[in-house]
Design a protein around this ligand. Sequence first.
Ligand code: TXA
Ligand code: MG
Length: 364
Amino acid sequence: MSSDSSSLHSSAVINEAVQNLRDGGLVAFPTETVYGLGADAKNPDAIKAIFTVKGRPSNHPLIVHLAAPDKFDQAQVDWVPVLAPWVRDLSEDALKLINAFWPGPLTLVFKKDKSVLNELTGGQDTVAIRAPAHPIAQELLRKFKGGVVAPSANRFGKVSPTSAADVRSEFDGMLDLMILDGGDCEVGIESTIIDLSSGDHPVLLRPGLITPGEIFTKTGIKVYLPGELGSTKQEAGLPRVSGSLRAHYAPTTPLRMYAPGRVLDALSEFPDIKSRVAVAVWDSDSSLGEDGHPSVHFEEVIVPSDSTTFASRLYRSLRDLDQQGWDLILFPEPPAGEEWDGVRDRLQRACFGSGPSSSSHANS
Ligand code: TXA
Ligand code: MG
């Protein structure tokens, strides 16, 4: 979200993107989290094209992206007319969350207005909405004057793209896609998703940069973790989240996490691997050294020990390492603490789905 990123695109290019959306086409665009693959939220055929291009099962709902009202940086902005066409009821809690965090990396799930297309909600009675903060996303949405559905611009089950070049490589040779280039994404992992549709308790569906702790501090609203609700009935009623599949965000190189000082334990699952192992090491740690494991050759890759910086580079690192031909990639287990929940979640899924058959895992 660098301040000059909107200058990467003239308004003529944005206007062309808007026209593409109006014509039912797809446009990839930057958000502060990851790049999205956008389509007109009111056009069923365009929505279907997204599912086809991504290889995503049609019952996995999409997020509707909306423009913030003008002068959103001033107090007393009225979000009600922005949301009214999409959601059935807007609770006081919802408005508090919106005023505190929009535009930004927070997605809220509401009971949907009846006009919202089933194609985008996967037939559910709820709709997920967010107002992204990236200036190019905002300019596109403002000029389009409507909702834009945008999943992350990757093939289903793969690592989300955090640069325009990543998007290009995802769909290379498949389709001639217009991609707005807004530079590298600042947040680097997908938005936090909170379900407000039950009316009782807000529930965290996907952890991200914005944590329940930060939400409580800024708004006094308690967000529950799915496990905290106790009642299995309530959990069974939770909407489906594709990021909640165990395997997701997966590289094709096998990926595992190691506990502090336990690199060799992580390796024991792969007795045949003696070299070409990339080991990510916290920048705050001294290097692994060769002691204790002379039979295996490691290459160290330094990773940030600050959770926000780690998140901003996670997908970049996974993509780059995946391209480099390693036999195995090892990442340190993130420490305890909710600020690490977003990256821990993505790393766990990436480990589970990694390896040459990652796409079949991801689709199961
Ligand atoms: O940061 C983001 O949210 C990015 C950028 C592009 O905005 N988008 C993104 O979209 O991550 P996608 O489609 O890759 O993930 C959307 C998630 C899915 O896990 C989906 O299941 C969930 O949102 N979702 C969408 N509608 C929902 C609903 N009605 N109820 C529950 N979950 C929903
Ligand atoms: Mg995604």
